[in-house]
Design a protein around this ligand. Structure first.
Ligand SMILES: *Cc1c(COP(=O)(O)O)cnc(C)c1O
Length: 387
């Protein structure tokens, strides 16, 4: 990564050394097709099944509850569609939150067009959804509640256990998008009693384009990918063995170091937040306490658009984000902040600094030396960038 400071780890992370070295043999020495019966195939098959166990273990689940996918987006889509199909006799109402990732919101919009009732709960000013609020939204025809474990834009860790209990009290299936949470905060699907959970490897130092869906209920085959019947007939296509092995190594490493990383990142994050809030007109977004260990997010009064901040930080060798990769280059404010009641003007100034254990105290010093000057500079701009 050279001299640049990378602090957009909620967008993606570099592959760790151990994940990379775990993957390499599966490109050449053990390149076999896991469906083949000769030794090359069986080696690949074993790697796949070992990885399934490791990924299951990391979240307190069993290997036969893990299905490999192409990433968080596919896992989210599949979870929703599977429940719709399994529960079509019960009803057509789904509850989610207005702060979900687009990988949840877009499929729900499509379902709304098909006649489903979709309720999107609005969080409070810290980004939380209360049990009472959820309970009020439940209808006799509610088939699914999908609420993320941690938010990508403002870092809030949601009270999933309580929300899941409400769902189960009413006999409703509960899905959580744990893409930002996995390997960053402890997850135990058993004690939380979660039915479905989405993971993505590239958010925890694994490779891009691979993820998993945990499901303790019978899944219907992915409607998007039919063919040779891999993943117990649920999701066809030759498995991406090397990527799956990389994901398993990364989640194992992340879980093992979770306690240490939480402490380390918490100190850096709090220092960063404390110093950034000294900038007049700077505000923290999300929960000040219950937030992801390395996640700091801000809005700035009088800044026309976060693109100006991000570009100037980039010129200073600092790579940070606005909160969602898709809106970084558009004039649209992050939907999460708008849903939380931030005025468009303020929401558009969102800056997200998300750390990993590769960051150092020096990085934080460097950001805190640079940022006040940049904010002063961009406040002089009165134009808005074109979308
Ligand atoms: C990144 C992200 C996704 C999408 O995962 P991909 O593997 O990039 O498809 C879904 N949900 C959340 C909360 C995310 O941060």
């Amino acid at each position: 990564m050279g001299d640049r400071i990378y602090v957009d780890n909620s967008a993606t992370t570099p592959v760790s050394e151990s994940a990379l070295s775990a993957m390499l043999p599966y490109f050449r020495e053990h390149f076999g097709n896991p469906s083949a019966i000769y030794s090359y195939g069986q080696e690949a098959k074993k790697a796949l099944e070992d990885s399934r166990r490791v990924v299951g273990n990391a979240i307190g689940g069993l290997s036969n509850e893990i299905y490999f996918t192409s990433g968080g987006t596919e896992s989210d889509n599949w979870a929703i569609h599977s429940v719709c199909e399994v529960k079509h006799k019960k009803g057509k109402h789904i509850i989610a939150t207005a702060i979900e990732h687009k990988a949840i919101l877009r499929p729900l919009e499509k379902l709304r067009d098909l006649g489903y009732g979709i309720t999107l709960l609005k969080p409070d000013t810290n980004g939380h959804i209360s049990s009472e609020q959820l309970e009020r939204a439940i209808r006799p025809d509610t088939i699914l509640i999908s609420i993320m474990m941690a938010n990508n834009v403002m870092g809030t860790v949601l009270p999933i256990q309580a929300l899941c209990e409400v769902a189960h009290k009413h006999g409703i299936i509960f899905h959580t998008d744990a893409v930002q949470a996995a390997a960053h905060i402890p997850i135990d699907v058993r004690s939380l009693s979660i039915d479905l959970l989405s993971l993505s490897a590239h958010k925890f130092h694994g490779p891009k384009g691979v993820g998993a869906l945990f499901s303790k209920i019978p899944l219907v085959p992915s409607p998007f990918i039919t063919g040779g019947g891999q993943e117990k007939g649920r999701r066809s296509g030759t498995e991406n063995v090397a990527a799956v092995v990389g994901m398993a190594a990364a989640i194992a490493e992340g879980s093992e170091n979770l306690h240490h990383n939480t402490q380390y990142l918490g100190v850096l994050r709090d220092k960063l937040i404390e110093r950034t809030l000294k900038i007049p007109g700077a505000y923290l977004t999300g929960d000040p306490v219950n937030r992801l260990p390395g996640h700091a997010s801000f809005v700035f009064e009088g800044v026309k658009h976060s693109v100006y901040i991000i570009n100037m930080l980039n010129e200073a060798g600092i790579c940070a984000g606005s909160g969602s990769a898709c809106s970084a280059s558009s004039t649209e404010a992050p939907h999460v902040l708008s849903a939380m009641g931030y005025a468009d003007e303020l929401a558009q100034s969102a800056l997200r600094i998300s750390l990993s254990h590769y960051n150092t105290e020096k990085d934080i010093d460097s950001i805190n030396e640079t940022l006040p000057r940049i904010i002063t500079e961009v406040r002089k701009r009165k134009d808005t960038p074109l979308g």
